[in-house]
Design a protein around this ligand. Structure first.
Ligand SMILES: [Zn+2]
Length: 558
């Protein structure tokens, strides 16, 4: 048995008597006959595992683990199924995800008529004053593919204020009532970092890009405490059902953090949370004096999320050169980057306080601008283990991979976006730039660490879809069955490692979770099929049988 004591095993020291295996304390639970992929490079495979309390106390062969059996030990036979460390989604919008499970669903709509029909159905079910929100529409799936306008939904929502999100979160469609409530007219100027789309007559079409959406968001009533709690509970259930045992919540509202704290106190938090509030609120965390990854095993804060630019889909990601399909547009820096010195000051302040930076940057010039700021901070404050992140890191300038590595920046990436955007991205940015898009292999080749996630609610939370996307790069339209830029594929082992240890590292938690190793938290997922050996194309159909968080079974489909 491996007696090597790892970082987090101190609490176990007192439980392991000197007398050897036969005097081990009894485990609470033993899972045997499993095919365990531990993500521990020294001992990658095992058959059985013993748990005590919320921790793993032993990993090994069936025979070795039987030594931990006592009269009260629960023993489970995994029937040869694959057991992995629980997935850690490094980038989610957890409350929006939970809300989305209840919202009108427009993502799979394929025509303007169907779009209007579903919105109309929802309008019939809303009560007075209630908004229709969400939707995650994607006009690229429509025939013909054209941006929706308010006229499409006005007749079915005469009394219901409506603001429907594009699936990438960088554009909304508002109906006339919502525009009126927000006071948006033909004369309203574009805010910094945003665009109010106008028709040929100069009237707003209802489409509002990036910062322009704020004009609407600020008048939508905040969800009540109970509504918010309901959304988070939905999200927790959803995560458990998918084997997601940790999430890193990007730009939560403080009210979300308050509900996490409430659920934690009640013992109802079944997913571990690391929350990264938006950087304009940097002073709050600085004032309290907390540092990165502050908190307990279920709830941590100490990071700050920023936006450098917009998205490719909304043509607001910030590039050095114009879009191939929009020669006068090279995207936008976000409002938080106007002026850029504002972002630099906030980030400097966060760094002095020991807080972690997680920065959304998608276009090559947006990424470059953030790397510039990171490197200025390092020059000013000296080197340190900071684990800066760039969220998405989607379209890299060739010159920046090396800089990324030198600054030890983590690429927090969402492979599902690659098979989704891969349908049309080349038309927007051309072949050369597309070759450095979602360039997971090039990152690894440069020694850059990856953390995997989904950006849920922007993409599905299901880790099987992420693994499928990372290993096949087969675009959703079926046009690239052998992979869109196949040289950038990850192996299944690399993808799992980036989704467990990689994400744990990205939140300073690699000593307590991310692999099935003695002393770590017992966060695990048992799968219906062996993702390590089946055809990668079939990975998307794999189901979760059981999810364990801290030794507790939080999802059971066996
Ligand atoms: Zn996001």
């Amino acid at each position: 048995m491996n007696r090597r004591v790892l970082g987090a095993t101190f609490i176990l020291a007192s439980l392991i008597p000197a007398g050897g295996q036969n005097s081990n304390p009894a485990a609470d639970l033993i899972i045997r006959n499993a095919k365990i992929w531990t993500v521990d490079r020294d001992h990658p495979e095992a058959e059985a595992i013993a748990l005590l309390g919320d921790r793993i106390v032993a990993v090994g062969s069936n025979q070795e683990i039987d030594a931990w059996r006592g009269p009260n030990t629960q023993v489970q036979d995994a029937a040869g199924k694959r057991l992995l460390p629980g997935f850690n989604d490094a980038h989610v919008h957890f409350t929006s995800g939970g809300q989305q499970l209840d919202n009108v669903q427009l993502n799979d709509v394929t025509s303007a008529q169907e779009f209007a029909r579903r919105v109309g159905e929802r309008a019939k079910k809303t009560t007075k004053g209630e908004w229709i929100l969400g939707g995650d529409w994607d006009e690229t799936k429509w025939t013909p593919a054209q941006l929706p306008t308010k006229e499409l939904i006005d007749s079915v929502t005469p009394k219901t204020p409506t603001a429907l999100d594009r699936y990438d979160g960088h554009m909304i469609l508002a109906n006339s009532l919502a525009l009126k409530l927000a006071g948006i007219t033909a004369k309203t100027p574009d805010p910094d970092g945003g665009v109010i789309v106008h028709d040929a007559q100069g009237n707003p079409t209802g489409a509002l890009k990036d910062a322009a959406a704020e004009l609407i968001y600020k008048i939508i009533p905040e969800p009540t405490h109970d509504q918010r709690r309901h959304s988070i509970e939905r999200a927790l259930e959803h995560a458990a059902s998918l084997g997601v045992t940790s999430v890193q919540h990007m730009n939560p509202d403080y009210a979300d953090v308050a509900i996490y704290a409430e659920l934690l106190e009640q013992g109802k938090l079944t997913t571990r949370i690391y929350a990264a509030p938006l950087i304009p609120q940097v002073d709050d965390q600085v004032k309290i004096g907390i540092r990165r990854a502050f908190g307990g095993p279920y709830l941590r804060i100490g990071a700050l999320k920023s936006y450098a630019d917009g998205s490719l889909g909304s043509a607001t990601a910030y590039f050095f050169d114009p879009f191939n399909d929009q020669p006068n547009n090279r995207g936008l820096l976000s409002d938080a980057m106007h002026p850029m010195s504002l972002m630099r000051e906030r980030m400097m302040k966060a760094d002095v306080a020991g807080l972690q930076l997680c920065t959304h940057a998608i276009g090559d010039a947006g990424i470059s601008a953030i790397l510039d700021i990171y490197s200025e901070i390092e020059k000013a404050h000296g080197p340190r283990d900071r684990r800066w992140r760039i969220e998405h890191a989607q379209h890299m300038a060739a010159k920046d991979f090396e800089r990324f590595a030198q600054l030890h920046v983590i690429a927090s990436v969402q492979p599902y976006h690659a098979i989704d955007d891969g349908r049309w991205a080349e038309g927007r940015i051309g072949h050369d730039r597309a070759s450095r898009t979602y360039a997971f292999r090039t990152f690894l080749d440069h020694g850059v660490r990856l953390a995997l996630g989904t950006d849920w609610n922007v993409a599905p939370l299901n880790p099987m879809l992420t693994l499928y996307a990372a290993t096949t790069r087969a675009t959703l339209d079926g046009k690239n069955p052998n992979g869109w830029f196949p040289e950038q594929k990850l192996t299944i082992k690399e993808a799992i490692e980036a989704y467990t240890m990689g994400s744990a590292y990205a939140e300073f938690q690699e000593d307590v979770k991310g692999s099935i190793v003695r002393g770590k938290l017992a966060d695990m997922v048992l799968l219906s099929d062996d993702v390590l050996t089946i055809d990668p194309v079939k990975v998307r159909n794999v189901k979760v049988l059981e999810t364990w968080v801290g030794g507790k079974l939080v999802y059971d489909a066996r």
